[in-house]
Design a protein around this ligand. Sequence first.
Ligand code: HEC
Ligand code: HEC
Length: 513
Amino acid sequence: MRASNMTKLILLLSIVWLASSPRIAFSLDGDSESGERIYLKRCGGCHGVDGDGLGPGSERLVPPPRDFTSGMFKIMSTAFDGYIPQDQDIYEMIRIGMPGTAMPGWEDILDEQEMWDLVAYIKIFPGFDEETAGPAVEYGEPIPSSAESIEKGRELFLQDDRCSECHGKDGKGDAIKRLLGDNGERTWPRNLTKPWTFRHSNDQKDVFTRISVGIPGTQMPSFADPGSKKMLSVEDRWHVANYVKSLAKIVRVVNPENTVIKSLRVEGSVPAEVDDEIWEQAIPSSFFLVPQIIAKDRHFTPSNDTITVRSVFSADEIAILLEWDDRTESLPGDEDAQKIADPEVLYQDMVSIQLPITVPEGMEKPYFVKGDTENPVNLWQWASRTTTESQNTSLVKAAGFGTETELATNSLAASGAYENGTWRVIFNRNLTTESIDDLQIQEGIFIPIAFSAWDGSNGESGTKNTLTTWYWIILESESTALPCIGALIALFLVIGLEMLWLRNSARRRDPAT
Ligand code: HEC
Ligand code: HEC
């Protein structure tokens, strides 16, 4: 190959490499005048025309839109004692937004140049256009993830309670600490097993950056600060990042396409304990819990966000296992729970399963919150009371909000176990009962099912709770025939629309932290 061809090839290869490498984005020169025009149209509504965070859309947003004049940036890669973010940090924030807050990502709406123009403009509010940012964090040589690195990271995470002090022993954010942000607002250490709740991402490099810089404005500290007794070397920070990354609980990730819980047939009797081995065979299905905002009192600051369901059945019984993360056991009288309760009134943790009393024909379903007069529902409820087991369980009939009547529990029983930030609650019932107010459970048909949860230490009780829309449960007999495809498509459409509506209204009213 001739030299010039060689050069061309190398050039071509580097272009291909750069184009295919998503981490490398070149900083473009931003034009702040163009940035101002875009800002007034797209950002001022929340961040205010003067950048003070007081736009008309800022009301009731938790957390509130940033006041740019304060010069505080949470997600940045400037080495620990610097306070000015790298331009690239602001750019990335505008591009992908801040999940879990009202801050949207703009990459589908604005082009690269427009986003750089915004970077140039936003820097004017705190006067950062006149200053230079300090150096970015030193990354050294990244250490690839491996079993050893993860184990090393786990030791460092737990050593002197370095991270577990706030994030809990298993990283579920369940340490007993009352944390406040710089503006006095309540904040929670992230549940590191749920990467979808991260404000930025759980990429190894991003976690490394957060560990190195901390999250300004919150109590998440920098572990590159030489003044800190818990400081970590660059190498150790990579190990911890690998450990954090390894915590993501894949089985509890919501798959929006899965709308059916498959109950597994077992020989003999169904388990009555949450840690029975049989649960490992049952297929887990996870669903989003969204705050209840339809009836008063509405709920805007939920803490529970997903619930995982498994089920098995025998010739005459069914068992349903519910699992969700919750920072506290919320037992009234429990001092630990009281310490972080918000507000300081402490309610119980609760969970309920909602089922129609009569399985509807075709695609009809009862109103999804507590049913309606024509389609009453059963609520199987469990509460974290300390008193006798039987009082933990209740059976309720409802035909709309405020119509709840308590029934005799008949064969319904429930029990719960709390461990390291996770509740697991099991419900057992006979498939059929004598009562006309009970759902009679049959094999091989799609039965609508929905869930609600209450986090007592988060002030949740009554209508202040989180819930799912309707899904389906099916007891799979050998001969279970699939419903015809047309019906299935209609069914998914309905669920999709309901979910969309619920989530949109949640977002419109008040995005939660
Ligand atoms: C719907 C309201 C809303 C709109 C519209 C909005 N933001 Fe935000 N933005 C927020 C909220 C809320 C936060 C603060 C989150 C926090 O403090 O955790 C935020 C934070 C930010 C931050 C700070 C990030 C950090 O690392 O601390 C930047 C930068 C930002 N927004 C830029 C923009 C730009 C540029 C636009 C317009 C293209 C825009 N925002 C539009 C709500 C909004
Ligand atoms: C003093 C309490 C405290 C300690 C100690 C602490 N964190 Fe945090 N951490 C927090 C808080 C609070 C947040 C959430 C901040 C917010 O409101 O966004 C957080 C957030 C995070 C996040 C989320 C980043 C994102 O994108 O959302 C990660 C990752 C994290 N911490 C890792 C660690 C690791 C690893 C350690 C130990 C090396 C550690 N933290 C030590 C309080 C702490």
